[in-house]
Design a protein around this ligand. Structure first.
Ligand code: FE2
Length: 341
């Protein structure tokens, strides 16, 4: 009798174990952090679900998903900027993420249309400046003020083909309307100190060396540069500049996300849901923001100390981030008309 019981337990154990041994989730991610491997390992240890992942540029991964079609092994797609997520969704490649847990832990403004994508971390688009900018010039500064005469030849910013800038302009269209932005954009562009070039970090460098006095960049780049992981030149530049959060007396700083969705042709839907739920757990959020210098998207988690030092109690723009995607085409058109290349 005892032996029979033992055998049943053994068979049960084997069947549970082998079920999990076959469980996988396939992730295509535009995040390329060494540290992500630790996260995947932890998910595997907790759930028994193996994480297979491919990392690459967001655009290239989406092209791959499209060309693989129904045969795509991808279950989860992780990429940056709400506008990119919106594009994947609007082309029909995501399906609804059904999870009470996610709906409970995430603010609605970070969830895409029909729950087809969700934010995983936040980033602010902030102003950096050098010592040529006086305190009174920055007092209560808004993005809108940057079209003013006093900023002539003082602003550096990357090109209008960059999605971060497109989303910022989309948010400004949302708040100010099209006709306001039609006037504002050429004036803003008229204040550029140089032809738009380089990435966000290059703008920080340009402000540090005086090519411009003010730049608009994503918050986490300051963290990366200040951490020293990208070399002494970048560390010195980041130390030389100061940060200001715009629109603090009104709607708040522009907020964007990195995020994820479950693909339409996913063959491991339940595992994909579990995986995204896992990424929103407090301790995982802590791990993410400590490595990416983004802001956590769930409450109760602190950003990395280097990011916390930039400022606390920041007022955030409460716009639903899906609006950024919806207004993207309009933003691109207005930017193009203004001559911002
Ligand atoms: Fe970035």
């Amino acid at each position: 009798m005892f032996n029979l019981f033992k055998n049943i337990i053994f068979v049960l154990f084997i069947s549970v174990y082998s079920a999990n041994a076959n469980e996988v989730v396939n992730v295509y991610t535009s995040r390329h952090y060494e540290s992500d491997k630790d996260l995947y390992k932890e998910f595997e240890d907790i759930t028994g679900i193996k994480v297979n992942y491919i990392s690459g540029k967001g655009k290239a991964l989406f092209e791959r998903i499209k060309s693989e079609g129904k045969n795509s092994p991808a279950d989860v797609f992780i990429t940056v900027d709400a506008s990119n997520l919106w594009k994947v969704e609007s082309e029909g490649y995501f399906q609804e993420i059904k999870s009470k847990k996610i709906r409970k832990s995430l603010d609605k403004r970070f969830i895409g249309p029909n729950s087809k994508w969700v934010g995983l971390a936040k980033r602010y688009r902030i102003i950096v400046h050098n010592q040529n900018v006086k305190a009174e010039e920055l007092e209560g500064i808004n993005y809108e003020d940057l079209s003013g005469e006093k900023w002539k030849q003082r602003i550096v910013i990357r090109s209008s083909s960059n999605i971060y800038n497109q989303s910022l302009i989309a948010s400004m269209i949302h708040h100010n309307g099209v006709s306001y932005m039609k006037k504002w954009l050429p004036q803003f562009k008229g204040n550029f100190a140089r032809k738009p070039q380089g990435n966000d970090r290059a703008q920080v460098m340009a402000v540090a060396n005086g090519e411009g006095d003010i730049a608009i960049v994503n918050s986490y780049y300051l963290g990366i540069m200040l951490s020293g992981s990208s070399g002494k030149k970048q560390l010195d530049a980041a130390k030389k500049v100061k940060v200001v959060f715009p629109n603090q007396k009104n709607r708040g700083v522009h907020v964007n996300i990195s995020g994820a969705g479950i693909l339409k042709h996913s063959k491991n839907y339940d595992n994909a849901v579990k995986f995204i739920e896992f990424l929103l757990e407090e301790k995982v959020q802590k791990h993410i923001v400590n490595n990416t210098y983004e802001y956590p998207i769930v409450d109760g988690v602190d950003p990395h100390p280097l990011i916390k030092e930039l400022g606390t109690n920041i007022v955030e723009d409460r716009i639903k981030v899906k609006r950024l995607g919806k207004l993207n085409k309009r933003a691109v058109k207005l930017m193009d008309t203004s001559g911002w290349r």
